[in-house]
Design a protein around this ligand. Structure first.
Ligand SMILES: Nc1nc2c(ncn2[C@@H]2O[C@H](COP(=O)(O)OP(=O)(O)OP(=O)(O)O)[C@@H](O)[C@H]2O)c(=O)[nH]1
Ligand SMILES: [Mg+2]
Length: 442
């Protein structure tokens, strides 16, 4: 059974049970432990079956799985460069890459139970639970550990067991600002809590539940305004996704991970290596392409015109009836106007050559740079025509709250989140699971 990781459901899913209104689900009423046990048993069975099928087709499947290099347009200049780049990316061989791409079922532990609870609370049925989702939720929770520890531990201490007081809300305000949630989001959440507190007495549990709901609403607002909960390529048209952002935020890595998700989910993809600014950028993207068997269009000439690369890529995408063209761009600082001009030129080429293409311009944002990073990145907004955000490096940062600032200050939908350097550390964004992971008690 193929799991579509961009749409976050099995390919043959007929009914969409995940569309249940989350607020209608009383989490407490679900026998979550029992549910988690059933889900675990089912996944164990499924994995056993897959293992048998794999061993039945014996070594053949391994041979089949070995990706054939399909990069036609560029040649790696030297093998040693490739090796260096491989180790830079921690991808030492195709086998390792394939292994890394396939999640395995761990123990029936606290993390599994928590992940299952989050899925159950969103209305997923036991039959629809995918290992990919469980795997991702545990990664997300681990990734948010630093933010969670500095935020939740104190929050729960402040909340205590007594009914909430206005003083506690003041402390909460400070905690949200410290987690880089931004003034707008903090005000919104606090105003709602204060209004509630004026009307009735609420205890700590209800306070936490209400806070989670408010944070979800803040994150969801720009997403709902787009009309689609998840960003997925539209079928039968060319989709062009541009990855923009300042130096080193994770554009290329994000593009590589999304290329892999797209291929695994059954989309045809192509990569345009339009970062011609940095010498090693083409090789880096080429390796990602090789690993996911996605062709890369590039021009090895130093300082080649990025718009020309995109021009070639659109031509190739057309002739091969590609669904998703992923465009890597150079890290640009707003002071470098020529780089901004380049980005606008790329947009013009797309508009001219593929006016019917569905274009997404995704701002990649490093969570550890917090609100400063967001302000700096917003300089891209005009020239890049931003339509969404990818937040990377949630792991290792205590500023995961910046997601709230993205929604409330920049009014942009968050489309993907990255919480680690590994292949499976990036997934489509879901506000409910993000808030649950951020505010998980245990
Ligand atoms: N810990 C962690 N590291 C990440 C994440 N995403 C990317 N990185 C790392 O960040 C570094 C920079 O990533 P790149 O993808 O090269 O960033 P870029 O924006 O393309 O950089 P330039 O092309 O130089 O502007 C790499 O070492 C990545 O492995 C993440 O979610 N977590
Ligand atoms: Mg890059």
């Amino acid at each position: 059974m193929i799991y579509d990781e961009l749409n976050r459901e099995y390919k043959d899913s007929k009914t969409d049970d995940s569309s249940l209104n989350k607020s209608d689900i009383d989490k407490e009423s679900i026998d979550s432990l029992n549910w988690a046990k059933q889900a675990y048993e089912r996944l164990k069975e499924q994995q056993k079956k897959e293992k048998i099928e794999e061993s039945d087709s014996s070594n053949c499947s391994l041979v089949d799985k070995e990706p054939e290099p399909t990069v036609e347009s560029i040649q790696v200049e030297s093998q040693s460069n490739l090796q260096n780049a491989l180790s830079e990316n921690k991808l030492n061989s195709s086998d390792q890459f394939i292994k890394e791409a396939d999640p395995t079922l761990g123990d029936f532990d606290e993390i599994f139970t928590w992940s299952a609870e989050v899925l159950a609370a969103q209305g997923k049925t036991v039959e629809k639970v995918a290992l990919e989702e469980i795997d991702w939720l545990s990664r997300l929770r681990q990734g948010l550990e630093k933010t969670r520890q500095s935020f939740v531990t104190e929050l729960l201490e402040k909340f205590g067991d007594d009914p909430l007081t206005p003083e506690v809300l003041e402390d909460l305000e400070m905690l949200l600002l410290r987690a880089d949630a931004g003034v707008n989001a903090t005000d919104k959440a606090l105003d709602a809590l204060r209004r509630r507190l004026n009307e009735e007495v609420i205890d700590a549990n209800e306070g936490l539940r209400f806070l989670k709901q408010q944070l979800c609403q803040i994150l969801d607002q720009p997403i709902q305004a787009t009309g689609s909960d998840l960003l997925t390529p539209q079928r039968d048209v060319l989709n062009i996704w541009l990855f923009v952002g300042v130096n080193g935020v994770g554009k290329t890595t994000t593009l590589g991970k999304i290329a892999n998700l797209a291929v695994r989910s059954g989309y045809s993809a192509l990569i345009a290596a339009a970062d011609t600014f940095r010498a090693a950028a083409v090789e880096q993207v080429q390796i990602w392409g090789q690993r996911s068997q996605v062709q890369v269009i590039a021009n090895q000439t130093v300082n080649a015109d990025p718009a020309a690369v995109v021009f070639d890529a659109i031509g190739a995408a057309r002739s091969k009836e590609i669904e998703l063209l992923l465009v890597d761009t150079a890290g640009r600082l707003q002071t470098k106007n020529n780089l901004m001009d380049e980005l606008q030129k790329v947009r013009r080429i797309i508009q001219k050559l593929a006016p019917k293409a569905v274009v997404e311009s995704l701002l990649v944002l490093d969570a550890s740079q917090g609100q400063n990073g967001l302000r700096q990145a917003m300089a891209f907004a005009e020239s890049a025509g931003l339509t969404g955000v990818v937040i990377t490096k949630l792991d290792g940062s205590s500023r995961g709250g910046v997601a709230l600032a993205v929604a409330a200050e920049a009014n942009l939908p968050i489309r993907f989140v990255g919480a680690g350097e590994g292949l499976r550390d990036l997934r489509p964004f879901n506000s409910f699971e993000f808030v649950e992971a951020l505010l998980a008690k245990r």
